[in-house]
Design a protein around this ligand. Structure first.
Ligand SMILES: Nc1ncnc2c1ncn2[C@@H]1O[C@H](COP(=O)(O)OP(=O)(O)OP(=O)(O)O)[C@@H](O)[C@H]1O
Ligand SMILES: [Mg+2]
Length: 408
């Protein structure tokens, strides 16, 4: 039995697609030429289930209400859309990884393409779209050979300093994506000696993972499956607690095939990267576009955030960062303001999380994620909003007045 079957992964998790399969396609576009191209796709492989004259916003409303039987592939026209990436992310959210998404549109920049891939799209074709190109992209996507990271998104957390809450944020982000947003998520602990993820979620550290670290050549889906511990309906953990007397090195030779296998079956791979494991950054930065740096608002935090960013930029010039300030207001002497910190590191802080030692200690002592043990804590509320953004959950609109309610 494959890992996908064991983990009950949705159909996009299938590792190969048999030739000859008929793929159902829905296109959303106001452009008649695009709809006609889709209606005349290679009939041996593709059946046009629907060609709808709808904008991406209208398409999202339809998908949210499930006013459509989900096809295998959706082609969506992103022309004339002010918030194309936001709408695309929302569409990927509604399709829950079960549908391959292909965008078409006027935009023709590399950054736009990369943002779409990050949002969960399988490919993008700038206009003018011609039949040969469309058929070629469709075949590539259908056969699971698209270069896009449509199936899996990797999120790496690293701490600028010790004890700033990096592991806690990895645990809680993964928990929220998995249990609140129902995304198949794996939490990967890359500290073989002092990792805390398994302990935090009260699951057994994995001996299978130790074997994988020792024998990277043997890593395959069965091997990886045996190394996973289930920590929730959609949440799995991979972490070890190696005896300090043994030598065990987490190297690129392990991390590369491991991520390759995990990405076949999980929508999100959340990684807790020890900040001293700089040698692993190269592999990871090849797979991600953003590094999450967790810090406090201290002078030391500034220094090491700057150093981590410089190191990452040295490896990958176009690397972007999300800075998460945690334990804010812990009452430590010398805590800087948000503005002072941002000015010093020349980067905005994405999320500010307050000190909440009472709830954190309660969660820890109960072997639960804080998000599960104390869902009303301020830390969880802020982190939850950020995770909703990551998975592309549509924003919940606040109704300000009876009038706006009536007009809606
Ligand atoms: N917002 C918070 N408020 C209060 N305590 C917190 C908060 N976030 C994390 N903690 C607590 O801080 C301690 C350290 O957290 P954690 O182990 O996640 O940090 P870390 O950065 O991963 O540390 P290390 O450098 O050792 O890996 C834990 O006891 C955790 O419960
Ligand atoms: Mg840690």
């Amino acid at each position: 039995m494959s890992t996908a079957a064991v983990l009950n992964i949705p159909k996009s998790g299938a590792t190969s697609t048999p030739h000859g399969q008929q793929w159902s396609v829905v296109v959303f576009s106001k452009d008649e030429a695009i709809k006609q191209l889709v209606e005349h796709l290679n009939a041996n492989h593709f059946t046009c289930q629907d060609a709808l004259s709808e904008t991406v916003t209208e398409a999202n409303k339809r998908l949210a209400g499930r006013g459509l039987e989900l096809p295998d592939i959706v082609i969506i026209d992103l022309s004339d859309c002010a918030n194309a990436i936001e709408e695309a992310t929302t569409m990927a959210y509604h399709c829950k990884g079960e549908v391959k998404l292909i965008g078409v549109g006027e935009e023709n920049s590399l950054q736009f393409y990369r943002d779409l891939m990050l949002a969960g799209f399988a490919d993008y074709i700038p206009k003018p779209v011609v039949a040969e190109k469309l058929n070629e992209v469709m075949e590539t996507v259908a056969l699971g050979q698209s270069h896009g990271k449509s199936r899996s998104k990797t999120i790496v957390f690293t701490g600028a300093r010790g004890g700033v809450g990096c592991s806690s944020l990895a645990v809680n982000s993964a928990w929220l994506m998995a249990e609140k947003h129902h995304r198949h998520t794996v939490l990967l602990d890359l500290d073989p000696y002092f990792g805390t993820l398994s302990l935090a979620l009260d699951v057994e550290p994995s001996t299978g993972f130790i074997e994988a670290i020792r024998n990277p050549d043997r890593i395959d889906d069965l091997f990886v499956n045996s190394a996973l511990a289930k920590a929730g309906e959609h949440l799995y953990v991979m972490g070890v607690e190696e005896n300090l007397a043994n030598h065990l090195e987490m190297s690129e030779r392990t991390v590369d095939p491991l991520l390759h296998e995990l990405s076949k079956n999980f929508e999100y791979i959340v990684i807790d990267l020890p900040r001293h494991a700089l040698h692993l950054q190269k592999n990871l930065l090849d797979r991600i576009d953003e590094l999450h740096i967790v810090t406090d608002l201290s002078l030391f935090g500034i220094r090491d955030t700057i150093r981590l960013m410089a190191h990452a930029k040295h490896i990958r010039e176009d690397c972007r960062f999300k800075i998460i300030a945690n334990r804010v207001g812990a009452g430590k002497d010398g805590e800087l303001t948000k503005e002072e910190f941002e000015k010093a590191v020349n980067q905005t802080i994405t999320v500010m999380l307050p000190e909440d030692s009472g709830n954190c200690a309660f969660a820890l002592n109960n072997g639960k994620a804080l998000a599960e043990a104390s869902p009303d804590s301020k830390v969880v509320k802020e982190l939850s909003a950020y995770c909703a953004e990551i998975v592309g959950a549509p924003k919940t609109q606040k109704k300000n007045s009876i009038l706006s309610w009536i007009l809606d």
